[in-house]
Design a protein around this ligand. Structure first.
Ligand code: KIV
Ligand code: ZN
Length: 519
């Protein structure tokens, strides 16, 4: 009989920790709602002690998301565990996930502690977590490089103190499949009381083995897998959730396991994460890459047209990717557009549909065929639901061959128009400077990338910008037929996020200082 494998999603914790993937509170909530639609079993919402922002995000997710178990990470010390519980206590089903490194390399160079001291810390931390909630997960960090007998002792200490889940991370992505499988089999066989404990995998992808090692861990006895959407995570990333789920689904004949995930939400989850972080997956990414179901060679096209099974081991519809060409044209209405977005996995509110519809109409005036890719790209601009938002009303660039460009831009905020001009060496710089002047928070570009979406001459430019405003980075993406306009729109979107977030932070700092004064 097939056995269930529990999906533990750590996109909002290990994933969010990776460079360029940070999200604000509103973005984390959007992602958490999508993960709930995807039906993940456990959602690790963050590392509450890491910052006030992380604490608030975990608290907000715990208060709103009722389907999955909500986990929060804590190092094996009192403050971290207190803080984790503070953020988690409103969850319908909370889990404290505490961890401590156990490899000699980490003990000697990072923690400067003896093996005995570590064992005591594990018992203390798991015991403290257990005093708050029943569901406690323990991770011996760097388990993959930990001396096996000592690992068994650490796991034993955690189980005796009440851990209900034991996660064995390959923190540095070093293990080979048979080794990783064997580690699970040994822990299961040698640690007393394992019949009541769930074993969990957590490999990193430094050698490109994270998904293969996850499957190896399952073969060794793990029934929970820790993974992230698009495989985002520290360094080379974590194991990609969509790859694990589809490998288990497509090869259920070979591995007798199932998950309760809704695969039709995979593509939408991947797209949403890309939109929120601005970090795109490579075209040939398994399952959710743009080319994952594209057939270029004539022989392949011929085969797929005759019978898709010739070259497709799963259909794009299974993961929620609908047929690529859209029949919507410039006469299509809001209803048809909203329905199409729904099919693509986007739940748009009325104001969002209105905004997306305006962008769609502009594009349909200029472009005969509108593809799903175009719709996904333009939703970036239509989706902004920040309360105070500057919108682009007018955009004009004059560039001359002897260098120097002048941008004139008009932005609107709550019905009031602001127009200004600036000159700089390049047209994008000039546009950014005008936006800086109007919004009043100057930004510095940290990353700028352009690529085309849609086929050939029909393609539109998609610009992704990562910019730093007052020490905080924000990422945004925009599309247009005009590269400079796409850049200006992306920069404006990042500046809007910055203005909103900085204002929110200031308000919560003021609130905190008021409560200190009144206490
Ligand atoms: O990779 C790792 O070891 C981790 C732990 C905190 C679980 O992310
Ligand atoms: Zn990790």
């Amino acid at each position: 009989m097939a056995e269930k494998v529990f999906i533990f999603d750590t996109t909002l914790r290990d994933g969010e920790q990776s460079p360029g993937c940070s999200m604000n509170l509103d973005e984390k909530l959007q992602m958490a709602r999508q993960l709930e639609r995807l039906n993940v079993d456990i959602l690790e919402a963050g590392f509450p002690v890491a910052s006030q922002g992380d604490f608030e995000a975990v608290k907000a997710v715990a208060a709103e998301i009722r389907g999955p178990i909500i986990a929060g990470l804590a190092r094996a010390n009192q403050l971290d565990i207190d803080r984790a519980w503070g953020a988690l206590k409103e969850a319908a089903r909370p889990r404290i996930h505490t961890f401590l490194a156990t490899s000699d390399i980490h003990l000697q160079y990072k923690l400067h502690k003896t093996r005995e001291e570590i064992l005591k810390m594990i018992s203390g931390a798991v015991g403290q977590a257990k005093s708050f909630c029943d569901d406690v997960e323990f991770s011996p960090e760097d388990a993959g490089r930990t001396d096996r007998s000592y690992l068994i002792e650490c796991c034993h200490a955690a189980v005796e103190a009440g851990a209900t889940v034991l996660n064995l991370p390959d923190t540095v992505g070093y293990c080979m499949e048979p080794e990783y499988e064997q580690m699970f089999a040994e822990v299961k066989a040698r640690v007393p009381g394992m019949d009541k404990v769930v074993l969990s995998t957590h490999p990193h992808d430094d050698l490109g083995m994270a998904v293969a090692n996850t499957l190896a861990g399952i073969r060794g006895g793990a029934r929970q897998v820790e993974c992230t959407i698009n495989g985002i995570g520290e360094r080379a990333g974590n194991a990609a959730l969509e790859e694990i789920v589809m490998a288990l689904y497509v090869r259920r004949d070979f591995m007798p396991f199932y998950t309760e995930l809704h695969p039709a939400e995979l593509f939408a989850s991947s797209q949403l994460l890309t939109r929120l972080t601005g970090v795109a997956v490579q075209r040939n990414k398994a399952i959710v890459g743009r080319n994952a179901f594209a057939h270029e060679a004539g022989i392949h096209q011929d085969g797929v047209l005759k019978r898709s099974i010739t070259y497709e081991i799963m259909t794009p519809q299974t993961i929620g990717m609908t047929s690529n060409e859209i029949v919507l044209g410039k006469h299509s209405g809001r209803h048809a557009l909203a329905k199409r977005y729904e099919e693509l996995g986007y739940q748009l509110t009325k104001p969002e549909i209105e905004r997306v519809y305006q962008l769609f109409s502009q594009l349909a005036d200029r472009k005969k065929n509108i593809y799903d890719e175009d719709l996904i790209a333009i939703v970036d601009e239509g989706f902004q639901n920040l309360p105070e938002m500057y919108t682009l009303k007018l955009f004009q660039i004059v560039s001359s061959s002897d260098g120097g460009s002048t941008a004139t831009i008009e932005l609107e905020l709550e019905g009031e128009a602001f127009r200004d001009s600036a000159t700089a060496e390049g047209p994008c710089d000039a546009a950014f400077r005008v936006i800086d002047r109007i919004i009043g928070i100057p930004g510095v570009i940290a990353d700028f990338s352009v690529h085309t979406v849609g086929p050939g001459a029909e393609g539109v430019a998609e610009v992704t910008i990562r910019a730093r405003f007052r020490g905080h980075e924000f990422t945004a993406k925009a599309t247009s037929h005009n590269v400079v306009e796409a850049a200006a729109r992306a920069y404006l979107s990042a500046a809007n996020k910055a203005a909103y977030e900085l204002k929110r932070r200031q308000a919560s700092a003021e609130e905190a200082s008021e409560s200190v004064q009144t206490n």
